[in-house]
Design a binder for this molecule. Structure first.
Ligand code: NAP
Length: 479
């Protein structure tokens, strides 16, 4: 912790906020302040934008192999420093150390993947239909980008954006969430050490998100916004981006259905549910939010899930043997408490958990609710906590209709041993990703993203770099 930078990173230098402001970073396990970091205002954001704009032209002309090797070196440095980065993440975000180590590996993989993609940016050529004109297509970086990340995966949400931007030749201003600025600052230091030229990445930590981001989006020099966060904020940023016609990629909220058919393997279904619900204490956009279980297997599924959830150890993420850390803050926990209270008032039965412990920290126990009324608020709100809400269904058409009855469409989970049904149901689900007999879909080599109000565009996979590239077409008449 002692060497983690706490200043803004602008033009390759570590600097204080122009007005000297700082913001506290809390440990959600104790509620105590860990440290203070610089709190950027509009003036600092402008300087960061200027640094990104100034670096853009040279960076775009840097050899793809050079960009690739910077990412590769950064990947190796992250892996070497896994323990240090995991401790930092656990301190500011709360997730157990084992999960934090897992996120470090996941985050690093985006750099390795995009180091490989940087040298595979292709173009094209062709004869136009008139037989006389030729076309030459080249791909160019879209230009300076604004990257805005949430607190739930402090390192991976950064590398998932920085990796393709570096590979494509874009410069960046990164604004991380104020709850978890330290992971992003540590990442900037690693990239600098890996040889990233000054000004290519600039990091502004701030408690004044609107004041910092809106002028950049409206100003006309930032050419791309890549945002991960809630749908409400995404909508606002889309409106702000419209003015200067800024290109956008939006990774927004989810309301994932988790469907267990009567022919599902019960072991796979419960294992999948534990991952889809409990990864990151349920604080994931991919978290299963609505469990639809066939009436004939619902009781057994609920009982087995409650046994597994009840056996998890809750406590500070740094303590050995802890499976479930604290939620991000008091507001996050209060929201979970309200959603559970609402469901119980409407008749839900609590199989396990359901009551926040006394004492410091933002802990909430793993909770399983059955007989959940479809009108409960947690059916159309991201729970963002360790609460599994189970409803029953009777037939396939009904469950598909109910699963799709939401404005979101990020991910769905389907458990069945019938290949025919698996494919049929997956094709009918209105989601960008499906976990078939698995509770985990995230992988740097796969295109991550949603449909409907869960977002626009994809991150990762072969298409992830496309979000940061434009085509240029050259018309060439040949006589
Ligand atoms: P959030 O409140 O939308 O915040 C996300 C980021 O946006 C934070 O850095 C936040 O900073 C910033 N922000 C808020 N208002 C802003 C404004 N007016 N201008 C510029 N930036 C602004 O979301 P969160 O609570 O941090 O994260 C949880 C949400 O993210 C969930 O909905 C989850 O599903 C979603 N998520 C989606 C994905 C995906 O890939 N689809 C992945 C992870 C998380 P401040 O906190 O300072 O406002």
């Amino acid at each position: 912790m002692t060497d983690t930078p706490t200043q803004l990173f602008i033009g390759g230098a570590w600097v204080d906020a122009a007005d000297g402001a700082t913001l506290p970073v809390d440990d959600p396990a104790t509620g105590e302040i860990l440290c203070h970091v610089a709190d950027a205002g509009a003036k600092d954001a402008k300087l960061a934008e200027e640094a990104a704009v100034a670096a853009q032209e040279t960076w775009a002309r840097t050899a793809p192999r050079a960009r690739s090797e910077i990412l590769r070196r950064a990947y190796e440095l992250i892996i070497e420093r896994t323990d240090e980065l995991a401790h930092l993440m656990t301190a500011e975000m709360g997730k157990p150390l084992a999960e934090a180590r897992g996120e470090v590996a996941y985050a690093a993989e985006f750099f390795r993947w995009f180091s490989e993609e940087a040298v595979r940016i292709d173009g094209g050529s062709g004869v136009l239909p008139d037989g006389r004109n030729r076309m030459l297509l080249s791909r160019r970086p879209v230009g300076p980008c604004l990257l805005i990340t949430p607190w739930n995966f402090p390192l991976a949400m950064g590398t998932r954006k920085i990796g393709p931007a570096v590979a494509a030749g874009c410069t960046m201003v990164l604004k991380p969430a104020p709850q978890t600025p330290l992971s992003s600052l540590a990442l900037a230091a690693i990239l600098q050490e890996a040889g990233l030229p000054d000004g290519v990445l600039n990091v502004v930590t701030t408690s004044r998100a609107g004041e910092v981001c809106e002028p950049l989006l409206r100003g006309g020099r930032i050419r791309k916004l890549s945002f991960t966060g809630s749908t409400g904020v995404g909508r606002l940023l889309l409106a702000q981006s419209a003015e200067a016609v800024v290109r956008t990629s939006m990774e927004l909220g989810g309301n994932a259905p988790f469907v267990v058919f009567e022919d599902a393997d019960p072991d796979k279904a419960v294992d999948g549910a534990m991952v889809a619900k409990m990864r990151n204490m349920g604080e994931a956009c991919t978290a299963a939010n609505r469990f639809f279980v066939h009436r004939s297997v619902a009781e057994e599924f609920g009982r087995r899930l409650a046994e597994r959830m009840g056996a998890l150890v809750v406590g500070p993420g740094t303590r050995d043997g802890v499976d479930v850390g604290p939620l991000i803050d008091r507001t996050g926990r209060a929201k979970v408490e309200e959603l559970v209270a609402d469901a119980v008032e409407r008749g839900a039965r609590v199989l396990v958990g359901g009551r926040a412990p006394e004492g410091p920290g933002c802990f909430y126990p793993p909770t399983v609710l059955t007989d959940v009324d479809p009108g409960s608020r947690l059916m159309d709100t991201e729970i963002f906590g360790p609460v599994a809400a189970i409803l029953t269904f009777d037939d396939e058409d009904e469950v598909i209709r109910r699963a799709n009855d939401t404005p979101w469409g990020l991910v769905g989970y389907v458990f069945t041993e019938s290949l025919d049904r698996a494919l049929r149901v997956s094709e009918r689900l209105e989601v960008g990703m499906v976990g078939l007999n698995t509770g985990l879909v995230s992988n740097p080599a796969a295109p991550f993203g949603g449909v409907k109000q869960s977002g626009l565009g994809r991150e990762g996979g072969r298409v992830g770099i496309d979000e940061f590239l434009e085509y240029q077409y050259l018309a060439v008449p040949v006589s």
